[in-house]
Each structure stands twice: as C-alpha cells, then as structure tokens.
Design a protein. Structure first.
Length: 54
C-alpha cells in the first residue's frame, strides 16, 4: 500500500517498454517477420537509452 503513489523512474518506464516490444516481436515472428524485426530494432534502441541512464 505504501508503494501506491510511488512514481516510476525513467529507467523503469523504459524497461517496461522494452519488455513490451520484445513480447510484440515474439508474437509477430510467426506471422510477419519484417514487423518483428522492426520491433526488435526499436527494443534495442530503448536498451541503448537504458544503458545511457546507468
């Protein structure tokens, strides 16, 4: 309950977005490989941003 109003840090937001993109890429990998590759690329760009925050 104490974490109810805790705001997420920029790093936490980026990590969630990264995980979401990888999940989408995995789902698309069976139907549309090109879109899947684009999602993986976006996820890699976000990982670079996360690394810069550290």
């Amino acid at each position: 309950m104490f974490g109810l109003f805790k705001k997420k840090t920029e790093k936490e937001k980026l990590q969630e977005k990264y995980a979401k993109l990888l999940k989408e890429a995995h789902a698309l990998s069976t139907t549309n490989r090109k879109l899947s590759d684009e999602k993986v690329f976006e996820a890699e760009e976000i990982m670079k941003k996360i690394d810069q925050l550290d």
